[in-house]
Design a protein around this ligand. Structure first.
Ligand code: S3P
Length: 263
């Protein structure tokens, strides 16, 4: 064997060691999850992720390939999150609720914590139509927009382990609720009208609220929708006076409880 062949042999051995270490790592992830579940501990512990990162950076601080190694580590961590998400949620998570209830914020956070894909319905519809939601309402009318929502939900049934963030009116159609439930668990996010107003007051991309940004109007519309929202929901998560982390943890625990109650 010449030197080159020897190096290649060494490289193959090195890859095998990395693969073994990864298998070990993912097995540890599963043990940590089982432990947290058994002892009723929070699933999301972002501070732990930070600690892990600092420790690794410290051990690599003088290495000339530090950035490249760190890049791989980030990918490993992302895949650990995916493994975790697949184990926890064997379905899509469908977020519903009034405008400003926090659907987009919660989707983003969950997607960061579990490396899950997010389908933001409004955004996708706006992208496909090449115009804003307000312009779609103005140009084609509300019914046209609502039909697009229904079609998108049907399309989403192909997917799994995805967070679907619905526009606030999606759950108003019975047909939509039936379509959501075919592929996912429906999570209703709630907030008081005043909280909603505080969250939406500076944005103009909600045609139904333009010109009506006051607590009374929001309260009225919310009340008119309440029954349908609640009927659609598998779980309800209140978002008032909570951090995003607390809301997500609450949501996860309630989803897990659903599984416990079903076995
Ligand atoms: C609507 C909510 C909006 C958007 C459209 C109609 C509604 O979505 O779909 O303006 O009927 O409640 P958000 O809830 O994401 O603001």
């Amino acid at each position: 064997m010449n030197d080159l062949e020897l190096y290649r042999e060494e490289l193959a051995n090195c890859d095998a060691k990395i693969a073994e270490a990864l298998k070990e790592r993912y097995a540890i992830i599963e043990k940590i999850m089982a432990y947290k579940e058994e002892y009723g501990m929070p699933i999301l512990q972002p501070e732990q992720e930070e600690k892990q990162k600092k420790r690794l950076m410290f051990s690599l601080h003088n290495d000339k390939h530090r950035d490249e190694i760190y890049d791989v580590f980030e990918r490993i961590q992302r895949n650990s999150k995916k493994i975790q998400a697949r184990k926890l949620f064997d379905y899509n998570i469908v977020l519903i609720g009034f405008m400003g209830a926090g659907k987009s914020t919660i989707s983003d956070y969950l997607s960061t914590m579990f490396a899950m894909e997010v389908v933001e319905m409004d955004q996708l519809i706006a992208e496909r139509e090449g115009m804003s939601i307000s312009d779609i309402f103005e140009t084609y009318g509300e019914e046209y927009f609502r039909n697009m929502e229904t079609n998108l939900l049907i399309e989403m049934q192909e997917k799994k382990n995805v967070i679907i963030s619905c526009g606030g009116g999606v759950a108003m159609r019975e047909r939509n609720v039936a379509e959501m439930k075919k592929n996912g668990r429906v999570v209703l996010l709630t907030a008081h009208p005043q909280t909603i107003l505080d969250r939406v007051k500076d944005s103009d991309d909600r045609p139904l609220l333009n010109g009506h940004k006051n607590v009374e109007y929001i309260e009225q519309l919310m009340e008119a929708r309440r029954e349908k929202y609640e009927a659609a929901a598998d779980i309800v998560v209140d978002t008032d006076n909570k951090t995003v982390l607390q809301i997500c943890e609450d949501l996860i625990q309630k989803l897990l409880e659903m599984d416990e109650n079903h076995v």
